[in-house]
Ligand binder design. Structure first.
Ligand code: ADP
Length: 501
């Protein structure tokens, strides 16, 4: 009750003092704020100054008559509920008043309970009206919020510089943005509705979109991506994500396409630059190296020990630089895809024998045993560039020698494993901690610890190895136990898969 009447004020208009006083008492007890007026004019004056919700209006008063007061009240504020007080069963007046817009009536004389009932009814009506109004307001606000949200999202999608396409679970396009339409030269009025392949000419991308749309990536955290080229030489990177419904079902895919042409050009520029600089540095460095070797051999027995030491350090450093430049040039060639452009049939046994022979001296110098195990049946020929194979196994065996203590053991074993030739290069050297195993194939990455600190290297060897193996359609993996040794296993397909050719 308290809440319902809180803030509700009732104006009692009656020329009879007793009625005014009695009503005021009853209504105040109900929690209403009560104002009183003895005449119509006075009541109208109050209404212009105060906010009143309900008026109890006597129809028969001296001065302005009740019906007129009622009409004027309605003119001031239609929402005020007027309950007319009619004298001694004058039903006609009540009917007339109701016609003029009165909400209810009560006949004189009335009991307190009758007044309470009629005022309570009016209060209830006011409460319901207010509630309906606030519900309506809320609904209007929610609708307008939704509308604003929708329009905001639409604007964001429309103004994105990246191309965006959304598909449903069947791979049918449901939304594209202007950047997408521009990228694929679609007319501005080309709407959604068709299958993804009708918009995008790249098969790889279409497969990716279909896979995502059908929910194949739903349980994985990774964002599936693919790179592709458009006929106009544009490079694009596509990243997609599934749209997941309430029951974890896939509703479709959102694919975001970024133009990476500039990045590719920059990468190419950087590779060209490195290749050019390396090329230019190679011959003067080789000359310096030769001259140092010459000076050093001339100095034998003549120069002081410290001078000889300085020159031999300089010679070592130039050797290191020459090897770095060699690696950089190899890497540029691999990136250009030049290495395996002219493959021919190669007997891997011969290549391995050559490399093991060549590096045998180095291993011997460190008291290490370097053993090559070949199968009794000859291995099938590989179609590859022999220099690439030499470089792969030369690097792996050199590493095995370098990262194994003096007197250690290195074993190179080749055999046939299904459709692949498998070569294992195993050592009982320092080993590699598991956390570094992925990184050792990255450019310039070298594991730094007490054991490896004094071993010189460029950190490019395994990058070259991996690049070459990739270009041959092969695979490399490493198992290692710190303190016990490492096994690098290379798998090379006897028949090259076409895609990698
Ligand atoms: P580099 O030998 O010039 O440092 P690599 O790319 O060939 O560069 O090798 C990267 C790193 O991997 C090496 O620095 C070394 O820490 C680690 N590594 C490679 N081969 C072995 C091995 N057989 N045993 C232990 N560590 C190795």
């Amino acid at each position: 009750m308290e809440n319902r009447v809180a803030g509700m004020s009732v104006l009692v208009v009656d020329d009879e003092q007793d009625i005014r006083d009695g009503s005021e008492r009853i209504l105040s007890r109900m929690g209403c704020q009560v104002l009183t007026a003895a005449q119509g004019e006075e009541a109208l004056q109050i209404l212009t100054e105060e906010t009143v919700s309900i008026v109890l209006l006597d129809m028969k008063m001296p001065g302005m008559d009740g019906i007129e007061v009622l009409t004027r009240i309605r003119e001031i504020n239609e929402e005020i509920l007027v309950i007319v007080i009619t004298g001694y069963a004058t039903v006609e007046t009540a009917i007339e008043a109701m016609k003029q817009g009165a909400y209810d009536f009560i006949s004189k004389p009335f009991e307190p309970d009758q007044l309470r009932i009629v005022v309570n009814r009016a209060l209830e009506k006011l409460r319901l009206t207010r509630e309906a109004e606030s519900l309506e307001e809320e609904r209007r606000r929610t609708l307008s919020d939704l509308d604003t949200e929708k329009s905001r999202t639409r604007t964001i999608i429309e103004s994105l510089p990246n191309a965006l396409v959304v598909t449903n679970a069947h791979g049918r396009v449901v939304l594209t943005n202007p950047a997408f339409r521009q990228l694929f030269d679609l007319s501005t009025d080309r709407g959604p509705g068709d299958q993804i392949e009708d918009y995008i000419p790249d098969k790889g991308l279409c497969n990716l979109v279909m896979e995502i749309s059908q929910g194949k990536h739903i349980d994985y955290d990774d964002i599936p991506a693919c790179e592709f080229t458009l006929p106009n030489e544009k490079y694009l990177l596509a990243r997609g994500q599934p749209v997941v419904g309430e029951r974890n079902e896939c509703l479709g895919a959102v694919v975001n396409l970024v133009d990476i042409t500039a990045m590719k050009a920059l990468d190419q520029l950087k590779s060209d630059f490195v290749a050019k600089v390396s090329h230019e540095l190679r011959s003067p460095l080789s000359t310096i190296h030769q001259q140092l070797a010459f000076v050093l051999s001339d100095m034998v027995g003549q120069a002081s020990e410290s001078d000889q030491h300085i020159i031999s350090r300089a010679k070592e450093k130039t050797e290191g630089l020459i090897s770095l430049i060699g690696d950089l040039l190899d890497l540029s060639r691999i990136e250009e895809g030049i290495v395996s452009r002219e493959p021919k049939p190669v007997k891997l046994e011969e290549v391995l024998k050559g490399v093991v022979d060549f590096l045998g001296a180095k291993a011997k110098g460190r008291n290490q045993s370097l053993v090559l195990q070949l199968p009794t049946n000859p291995l099938p020929s590989l179609t590859a560039d022999p220099l690439a194979l030499e470089s792969i196994f030369g690097n792996l065996i050199t590493n095995a020698i370098n990262y194994t203590r003096n007197g250690g053991k290195i074993r190179v074993k080749a055999d046939l494993a299904g459709v692949n030739i498998r070569v294992e290069v195993a050592d009982n050297g320092f080993g590699i901690e598991a956390k570094y195993l992925d990184q050792i194939f990255e450019r310039f990455y070298r594991v730094k610890n007490e054991k490896t600190r004094y071993i010189t290297g460029t950190g490019l060897g395994l990058t070259i190895v991996k690049g070459l193996i990739d270009s041959l359609g092969g695979f490399i993996e490493v198992e290692s136990t710190p303190g016990k040794g490492s096994i690098f296993t290379v798998l090379l397909p006897v028949k090259r898969p076409e895609a990698t050719g």
